[in-house]
Design a protein around this ligand. Structure first.
Ligand code: HAS
Length: 543
């Protein structure tokens, strides 16, 4: 990674560490409150803390990490940014930082206790929505700088296959530009005028639909950087080649197509959306599972071929040949293990009838902790293990590698316990987004208490893991400089020399298909929100 680009990457990563510490501490308190073991002092509200926890981890930590890692990936694979491209990255960084500080101030003063989904009719201070808009605009600046770097490479090396990492980052960036249109329209034309008192009412269905048009693509925006590492970095850490360049590109293209027209699977129990359109988006959701299955297949292929090269001959003994003492491998690998039940849970959620059982229960919270909270975050940790010393001119020492392993095991134990308890409690009906209550002595609520205590124990382990992580990351950046610098591992693919099918990098075609699917999935449901199903009552009109 180029030195000047490295500074920008590092600036983003420092936010990641701060967000981890604040958001993680809020998370531990959350589990104690839900277990009835702790009451918040100084009049701090439960939803205030929950908003802080969600926003700082799900939005702030992830956004800064993704910008930092993608800039590093482009600089590593396509070459250094030029001054203009890097400037866009810095403008993005400062806008995101300013937006984050204002949003944090609004949450701290209890002016924005609306959770990370900011569903209307919950209302926050107008500054909060403006701050969110500024954060999103900040990401656009950074993303455009990255796309300019990618397209400059294409111009300079006309006719050549683009570096895989740069292509992957660009898919994620284009997906981001398209999916943020919905939520931006909602924030600018609905939430800001409504919170300023310019209009009295807000169309709740429309705001939720525009949110989820963005909100589900958001989960893949988090996931794809982890997949970039699984496809490209992990094989190099093993000392082998990646499985297939073409398959990896195809899987990312499928994410571009199917990440956005699926948001209504978060609204399956909501009135105001026709069953046909819910059904269609469920079908599209099953399509977005395919690229994850392709990824799982590639990973197994890499692991097995690597083990066989090292002499494994039995059915599963190749498994033993994996580098079990290298934190750069173990952290993401633990994440992959979580993604097996995480993916199964997602498929359950997406299945219309089963969604009726789990929707709005704490099962869903369990689901997102074993998707974003484990595969994604553990892979981010694995990336930080090499990226921080790589940028600051250091090497991972044995002691820091071992700390990375402890981080992985503690996180896995804590997250495993907490999220398993959430899934089981959810199946017994425990609601999400609720503080401790005995529900008037209801028998069923008694059943949830054991699970709530398990969550608090898991939350405590996670907090310990966060302390390890923060100390580790600071040491990775500040230890003594070394002559030999940690590498940013990038593996060649087994089919490196095979040319890519032309249309896979024909952005005009890719964007047309993406927008076409988006229009098919959303035109009628959104039109109906203006024309039908809108009771003429305060709170349900457009404005
Ligand atoms: Fe989800 C709710 C459906 C994936 C995050 N999801 C959420 C929410 C979040 C979230 C944050 O259809 C809550 C939002 C809120 O606040 O209300 N989700 C899915 C589906 C998938 C899925 C179908 N979700 C994710 C990912 C997330 C994430 C990824 C974050 C990063 N989700 C839903 C639905 C809801 C939902 C409904 C709404 C629920 C409701 O009613 O509210 C799929 O993408 C999953 C596909 C994944 C797989 C797994 C592939 C496995 C791999 C690992 C291989 C392992 C190896 C190791 C190689 C098919 C790649 C091998 C070693 C061995 C030893 C075996």
């Amino acid at each position: 990674v180029d030195k000047k680009d490295g500074k920008l990457v590092l600036a983003n990563m420092i936010w990641v560490i701060i967000a981890l510490l604040i958001g993680g501490s809020a998370g531990m308190l959350q589990t104690f409150i839900r277990a009835g073991m702790f009451e918040l002092p100084f009049g701090i509200g439960y939803y205030q803390l929950l908003t802080l926890h969600g926003v700082i981890l799900a939005l702030v930590l992830t956004f800064f990490f993704i910008m930092g890692f993608q800039i590093a990936s482009l600089s590593r694979s396509a070459g250094a940014f030029n001054d203009r491209e890097r400037l866009l990255g810095w403008i993005g960084f400062w806008l995101m930082s300013a937006g984050t500080l204002v949003a944090a101030a609004m949450i701290a003063t209890n002016e924005a206790s609306v959770l990370y989904t900011f569903y209307a009719p919950l209302q926050a201070h107008a500054f909060y929505y403006i701050a969110l808009a500024v954060i999103i605009i900040g990401t656009w600046f950074s993303v455009i700088g990255q796309l300019m770097r990618y397209f400059r490479w294409r111009r300079e090396f006309k006719g050549h296959k683009t570096p895989l990492l740069s292509f992957m980052a660009s898919v994620n960036n284009v997906m981001w530009l398209v999916c943020t249109i919905g939520v931006s329209l909602s924030v600018i034309f609905q939430y800001i005028p409504w919170s300023l008192g310019i209009v009295e009412t807000i169309n709740v269905s429309l705001s939720r639909t525009l949110f989820w048009m963005f909100g589900h693509a958001l989960v893949y925006f988090w996931l794809l950087p982890a997949y970039m590492s699984w496809y490209v970095v992990i094989p190099k850490v093993l000392g082998t080649k990646g499985f297939s360049d073409n398959l990896a590109r195809m899987s990312f293209v499928l994410f571009l197509f199917f990440s956005i027209p699926v948001g209504i699977h978060h609204q399956l129990t909501e009135p105001g959306i026709d069953a046909f359109w819910k059904g269609l988006q469920v079908v599209l959701t099953f399509a977005v599972i395919v690229p994850s299955l392709m990824t799982a297949f590639s990973l197994f292929a890499v692991f097995e071929t690597h083990g066989r090269k090292l002499g494994a001959t039995g059915l599963l003994d190749w498994f033993k040949k994996l580098p079990w003492t290298d934190a750069r491998f173990v952290l993401p690998f633990l994440g992959m293990l979580f993604f097996i039940p995480g993916g199964i849970g997602g498929i359950i959620n997406a299945s219309g009838q089963m969604n009726q059982l789990v929707h709005n229960t704490i099962w869903v919270v369990g689901h997102f902790h074993i998707t974003v909270g484990a595969p994604v975050i553990l892979t981010y940790f694995g990336i930080m293990m090499f990226l921080l010393p790589h940028i600051t001119g250091r090497k991972i020492t044995k002691q820091l590698n071992n700390m990375g392993l402890y981080l992985g095991y503690t996180w896995t134990f804590g997250m495993g316990l907490m999220s398993a308890a959430m899934h089981f409690a959810g199946l017994r009906g425990a609601p999400r987004r609720s503080t401790f209550s005995e529900y008037g002595g209801a028998d069923i609520a008694q059943e949830w208490i054991t699970y709530q205590i398990m969550q608090a124990v898991g939350g405590t382990f996670l907090f310990v893991a966060i302390i390890i992580a923060v100390i580790l990351f600071i040491q990775l950046m500040t230890g003594p400089k070394t002559a030999e610098v940690e590498e940013f591992p990038v593996a060649p693919m087994m089919d490196q020399s095979v040319p890519t099918t032309k249309w896979v990098e024909n952005w005009r075609v890719l964007i047309i298909i993406t927008v076409f699917l988006l229009l098919i999935a959303y035109t009628v449901p959104i039109t109906q929100m203006f024309t039908e199903n809108i009771p003429d009552a305060k709170g349900f009109k457009l404005w």
